[in-house]
Design a protein around this ligand. Sequence first.
Ligand SMILES: Nc1ncnc2c1ncn2[C@@H]1O[C@H](COP(=O)(O)OP(=O)(O)OP(=O)(O)O)[C@@H](O)[C@H]1O
Ligand SMILES: [Mg+2]
Length: 328
Amino acid sequence: MHVLGIESTAHTIGASVVSEKGIISNVNSVYIHPKGSGIHPREAAIHHSEEGPKVIKEALRNAGIDINDLDAIAISLGPGLGPCLRVGATLARYLSLKFSKPLVPVNHAVAHIEIARFACKASDPLVVYIAGGNTIISTLVDGRYRIFGETQDIAIGNAIDYFGRVIGVDYPELINVEKLAMEGKEIYELPLPVKGQDVSYSGLLTAALKLVKEGKKLEDVCLSFIEHVYATLCESVERALAYTGKKELLLTGGTARSLILKEKLKYVAQEHDASFAVVPAEYAGDNGAMIAYTGFLAFKSGVRINVEESYVKPMWRIDEVDIIWHTN
Ligand SMILES: Nc1ncnc2c1ncn2[C@@H]1O[C@H](COP(=O)(O)OP(=O)(O)OP(=O)(O)O)[C@@H](O)[C@H]1O
Ligand SMILES: [Mg+2]
């Protein structure tokens, strides 16, 4: 069985083929925003419509499969940016109709979790999914990824990227803010916004930017900001570990490529006698493989969607999706 997966929720248009043998191709093209600005949804959508057909053809070619021999086409219908989502969805609907292939809806957040479970061979993990648009602590309970902590406002990756853009570092902002933080010496006190199981980053971001405006040494502000952002996440993860009693901690999403956070979460896991794993870098940021792989699991379990009903869902939550392919 061969499933083609298409990803286009934000900055990346990706395509991949997955079969019983595993991930047999994974081709991705990333829209890089201009320095100082975030992702412009229309510009990213133009990038995706120009690159999409090439990316899909290359994924099929690398997999050595003719499009007629596919069994299904999986598409990431949300959450994400409307203009970007619509490019991938249009391509997937077209291919589904033209080649008479079933269409399989995939939730992008579920896909970040499934690819990490697959790549790290995790069986029943507490998952920390951190990225540009999401910050979610979740585990599978009664057929859904339930949320045991999330951001009440902006996502962790977005908070750090935004901070990086204001202070003028290059892309990828998160990595460059962390590099500056490694040269910092002094930690200023900032808010530690843990609210129940949840975190919140907008006030912390404002407070850190205020220190920048006051002319405090940039390396020290970066260190203070990063330490506080990560401390809130670790606190929330710790609460979730204590509550759920899970013995595997799994880190996924684009921000899992952080240079600093892994060590902190590894320590949190150790304190709770849990193992710790991080999704490999090639599957951390958005990619076609995570959609093809999740689509493969869903299709095998009978999940399909009619083209007429395949609306994009920019706000599609992870806990709205029935996970019928795992027993726990
Ligand atoms: N080497 C890197 N290159 C690009 N981004 C990186 C890198 N390392 C870490 N990041 C972080 O990855 C985040 C993007 O993650 P991902 O690709 O999953 O994003 P997203 O799809 O925009 O968000 P979401 O999954 O929440 O919808 C950015 O916010 C950035 O901070
Ligand atoms: Mg993502």
